[in-house]
Write a protein that binds this ligand. Structure first.
Ligand SMILES: [Mn+2]
Length: 350
């Protein structure tokens, strides 16, 4: 495969894909783009996205997958796209909430936009490239949907139904825990990159070198984390919360739900450099709340930023506002649970 780093005559046919390296949906999306286009894969995270974009040169197509926009990123992101569009067609595939203004800007830049909050990015990618994919590609989209809690969506459901249910659940979950345990692997970036390449060659996760070992590490780390969560978690009415120093806030938020039998878990980590808390919220399967909406509402009231999906949402909260944030989230959740709580209905009920 030609490396798309030069501006020779073949450059316009080469493709680069920048995809989210943090989770299975990002890796699965990258694998599907690679299978369909032969793109060179660069795995990125929000902290290095703009820098990664600034290094893109001379390719014919740029695919950006599973990297949502926020107000911190939007301006420098758009600036890089303005540069890149002079030589490449830009394809942006994502399922995170997209600010209508940013959406308009992307459209006016001629970006080929595939955006829906309904399905995860790997399902959107699968649908986009369906005709160019090898047999056996659908299960890669299923991994992303299952691990991104988007397995109940119309297209994801149809894809998952093609496979033996327990096989696809186990393979997908194996990847999640391999990524949790990947921190113990010597070259973590290389490991994630190898997962993408092997998936694109239709290997199953259990067949990828190092995945089962990393998965064991991830499971063991999670088992230890469960003990820690039981000790340090603080139970509220409908939520439980905890500060995290090691491990993923998303995982801890999930563990809080189970440990304290509450519908919503909230885990946060202090980021010293910026003096903010990075917060993850997770809802139990049957929780009736739209956490993404609640978080945007609360951050709209007190400051900070945030959003996300119904069952999985995140926020960045200035350190002095964390307590207000937690109180207000609990308050908003109570409102959903007991809408009559503060109104006439309760007063007029005998
Ligand atoms: Mn995703």
């Amino acid at each position: 495969m030609a490396e798309p780093t030069t501006t020779d005559s073949t450059a316009t046919s080469t493709a680069v894909c920048i995809s989210h390296r943090k989770d299975v949906d990002g890796l699965s999306s990258a694998a599907l783009v690679k299978m369909a286009t032969g793109a060179e894969i660069i795995l990125a995270d929000y902290g290095d996205l703009v820098k990664t974009l600034s290094e893109v040169n001379g390719c014919g197509h740029l695919y950006i997958c599973d990297l949502g926009m926020n107000e911190h990123l939007a301006a420098p992101f758009v600036k890089e796209l303005e540069r890149i569009r002079t030589f490449a067609t830009i394809h942006y595939i994502d399922h995170h909430p997209l600010d209508p203004k940013v959406k308009d800007t992307l459209t006016s830049l001629g970006v080929d936009l595939t955006h829906s909050q309904e399905e995860c990015t790997s399902v959107l990618t699968y649908t986009k490239f369906k005709d160019q994919l090898k047999r056996g590609a659908a299960i890669i989209a299923a991994y992303g949907a299952i691990t991104d809690y988007a397995d109940d969506q119309p297209t994801a459901k149809k894809i998952i139904a093609l496979y033996d249910r327990q096989f696809v659940l186990l393979e997908a979950t194996m990847l999640t825990y391999a990524l949790i345990g990947a921190a113990a692997v010597t070259d973590e970036y290389d490991f994630r990159n190898r997962i993408v390449i092997d998936l694109s060659e239709t290997k199953f996760p259990h067949q990828i070198n190092g995945v089962t070992e990393a998965m064991r590490n991830g499971l063991e780390a999670t088992a230890n984390l469960m003990l820690e969560v039981a000790e340090k978690g603080v139970k509220g009415n409908k939520t439980a919360h905890m500060e995290v120093t090691e491990g993923s806030t998303g995982t801890v938020a999930n563990l809080l739900v189970g440990t304290f039998e509450v519908p919503v878990g909230i885990a946060y980590r202090y980021m010293k450099d910026e003096d903010v808390y990075e917060v993850s919220l997770r809802g139990s399967y049957d929780a009736p709340y739209d956490l993404g909406k609640i978080v945007s509402q609360v951050t709209g009231m007190i400051g900070g930023s945030g959003g996300g999906h119904k069952k999985a949402s995140g926020a960045r909260i200035p350190s002095g506002l964390l307590k207000d944030f937690l109180d207000l989230v609990e308050f908003e959740i109570d409102k959903v649970t007991a809408p009559d709580h503060r109104g006439f209905a309760r007063l007029s009920t005998p």
